[in-house]
Design a protein around this ligand. Structure first.
Ligand SMILES: [Cu+2]
Length: 146
């Protein structure tokens, strides 16, 4: 009897793990290209400090091209990124440091709709304070209430 329970427990663990694997299969992430630029500004194409619209929980790849500004952090980072909610708390999983060059970071958009501020977290020059962009999380139109 006891043994049977153990087997049942073990197989349920396996089932859970299989489910995990299925869920973490590479989602089709939207790639958002940004430049963390030498003048301490985030750019999307020509747009300075862009506003980026995403869906709640959307899988994204931020393709960051980081270009050294006036100052470099001790670890060699030239810029960074943290996403802040309306209370200025960092959204979990949204804190990165960038070395010069192109790097991809995978992120998941917040579930909670609203405006989020992405800010640079490396003191990259005396223009650093104003370096960032806006992430707007808005629910799909079809789910709007009447
Ligand atoms: Cu910066």
């Amino acid at each position: 009897m006891f043994k049977k329970i153990q087997v049942a427990a073990a197989s349920s663990v396996v089932a859970t793990c299989l489910l995990c694997t299925a869920q973490s299969a590479p989602p089709t992430a939207r790639v958002i290209e940004l430049t963390a630029d030498k003048d301490s500004r985030y750019r999307q194409g020509d747009k300075v400090a862009p506003t980026i619209q995403v869906s709640p929980g959307e899988h994204l790849v931020l393709r960051i091209t980081a270009v050294k500004a006036a100052q470099v952090a001790r670890d060699g980072s030239v810029h960074g990124l943290a996403l802040l909610d309306k209370d200025e708390n960092t959204v979990p999983g949204w804190r990165f440091y960038f070395h010069p060059g192109i790097q991809d970071v995978e992120v998941t958009a917040p579930i909670q709709p609203g405006r989020y501020m992405a800010v640079c977290i490396v003191i990259c020059s005396d223009m650093h304070e104003d370096m960032g962009f806006t992430l707007v999380v808005s629910p799909p139109v079809s789910s709007e209430k009447e």
